[in-house]
Ligand binder design. Structure first.
Ligand SMILES: O=c1ccn([C@@H]2O[C@H](COP(=O)(O)OP(=O)(O)O[C@H]3O[C@H](CO)[C@H](O)[C@H](O)[C@H]3O)[C@@H](O)[C@H]2O)c(=O)[nH]1
Length: 190
């Protein structure tokens, strides 16, 4: 049975439907704009772990000069934030150096960096302990810190679709000669 109230409502159906469609279309456009902004940002944004350290801060400088925006994750265990402030000043683009104090062993903090600032075009990984004497005295600490931290990083990259990782390592060969290697690899999990 159609009541007068329902009949009255009928005349509003078309405008309500059109209004809802318009809102839906605007929402879609807004979501598409957000996705595009995120894609553009990802194209230009690099994550540098250990970016406040010696090699890391020089890398950040070069990346910013090359036009990238850099997010630095560093626990500051062997560095200080001042280095990044200086990098910002030297490049003239302090806004392109975003610092997040976090330890790679803290998975939640790392996830929050990826959720807030990702996705990254690539990651350069320098956040590692590397004092030779200490590594001999405390090998398990070094294994736990460097391997677990790297695994956490790889997992976060995998979850957030970041597929390129650069890393630098230094070691001594059997014959005592120093070996340096710099590698750029695809994330092994992706
Ligand atoms: O668990 C850690 C260990 C270190 N760091 C940070 O990582 C940076 C490492 O920088 P350092 O100045 O201590 O080391 P270097 O820049 O000299 O780089 C050295 O350590 C690197 C560790 O990845 C590479 O091995 C590299 O080849 C080697 O020269 C520091 O800011 C330190 O605070 C962390 O954030 N988390």
């Amino acid at each position: 049975m159609t009541t007068p109230f329902m009949k009255g409502l009928g005349q509003y159906a078309a405008p309500i439907f059109m209004g809802a469609s318009l809102l839906y279309a605007l929402g879609q456009k807004h979501r598409e704009d957000l996705r595009k902004a995120r894609r553009d940002r990802a194209h230009n944004r690099i994550l540098v772990t250990g970016g406040a350290g010696y090699i890391g801060s020089h890398t950040v400088l070069l990346l910013v000069e090359a036009g990238y925006e850099v997010v630095v994750v560093d626990s500051l265990v062997n560095s200080c934030e001042e280095a990044l402030r200086r990098v910002g000043a030297l490049t003239g683009h302090p806004e392109k150096v975003i610092f997040c104090k976090a330890d790679l062993l803290d998975e939640e903090a790392l996830e929050s960096v990826f959720a807030t600032h990702g996705g990254f075009r690539a990651c350069v990984h320098f956040a590692g302990l590397k004092a030779v004497g200490e590594s001999v005295a405390k090998p398990l600490l070094y294994y736990a810190n460097n391997l677990t931290g790297t695994l956490h990083l790889l997992n976060a990259m995998h979850r957030h679709g970041c597929k390129i990782m650069g890393a630098a390592g230094r070691g001594r060969g059997r014959e005592g000669r120093r070996r340096e290697s710099r590698k750029c690899i695809r994330c092994p999990l992706c």
